[in-house]
Design a protein around this ligand. Structure first.
Ligand SMILES: [Fe+2]
Ligand SMILES: [Fe+2]
Length: 255
């Protein structure tokens, strides 16, 4: 459902009670999408606030699903503008909501930025938002950010995987059953957004062991299918060094 004709901001239910709010933007050639995920439950949760300047669009979209003041959890994968930029605007609109992030993210950034104290989640910590259980997994430097983590909805097996599998393009379906690895490797060819930490494969294997059936990407389509296989293919691609760092980038680094 398009909620704003001018910007193309849309809301789609991508899993039971999980709504993808997506705004296309022309920040790179071919366009790009910024997605937030709203999980409807007795304690509704918003994963990624979107950029501060997109707040009017994101809050309008939330309002199409539920009253924004009912939000109880507002957080994100790691501290960047697209994950946390509109946090204070959302906290003002939702007085009972608690901000959350990884323990280290809250320590280094979120508690300095946020207008209310945030909850720092420990690796492996689980919490209930009503009928469903959420699990936080700390994924430092994967794909980037010391504070990086992802959130898993144990109930629907949806992995809110942040910047993993980022795909370029503005006009993408909300959900696809075609693999998204090729497209996300194409993105990495344009701009390598990975930290290339030594722990990358182990962290991806840990995410694969959750056997997610939906990968809810912050940029691009959500992938419905065998998430474990796709995560392992990503690990193999990185491990083999094939990645898609472009020849141009490689050449530039050699100069
Ligand atoms: Fe990021
Ligand atoms: Fe992002």
């Amino acid at each position: 459902m398009i909620v704003n004709q001018e910007t193309g901001t849309r809301v789609d239910e991508v899993a039971d009670g999980i709504y993808r709010i997506s705004t296309p933007m022309d920040v790179i050639p071919g366009g790009f999408t910024f997605n937030s995920f709203l999980i409807r439950d007795s304690e509704p949760l918003l994963f990624h606030t979107g950029w501060r300047k997109l707040f009017p669009l994101t809050v309008e979209a939330v309002g199409k699903v539920m009253p924004v003041e009912k939000l109880r959890w507002i957080g994100g994968s790691h501290f960047e503008g697209d994950e946390f930029g509109a946090l204070n605007e959302f906290l003002a609109a939702a007085p009972e909501a608690d901000p959350f992030g990884s323990e280290i993210g809250v320590l280094t950034s979120v508690n300095d930025f946020a207008s209310r104290p945030a909850r720092g989640l420990k690796d492996g910590e689980e919490f209930s938002i009503g009928s469903r259980r959420m699990k936080w997994l700390y994924t430092p430097h994967v794909p980037h950010g010391w504070d990086c983590g992802v959130l898993f909805d144990v109930t629907t097996k949806t992995l809110l995987c942040g910047d993993l599998f980022t795909q370029p393009g503005a006009d993408l379906p909300a959900v696809t059953e075609s693999e998204v690895l090729s497209a996300s490797e194409g993105m990495r060819g344009m701009m390598d957004y990975y930290a290339h930490a030594g722990s990358t494969s182990g962290i991806l294997e840990r995410l694969a062991s959750l056997t997610p059936s939906l990968l809810a990407c912050q940029h691009g389509s959500a992938y419905r299918g065998d998430g474990a296989t796709l995560l392992r293919e990503l690990a193999n691609t990185i491990e083999s060094g094939n990645g898609s760092r472009s020849a141009a980038q490689g050449a530039a680094m050699q100069e």
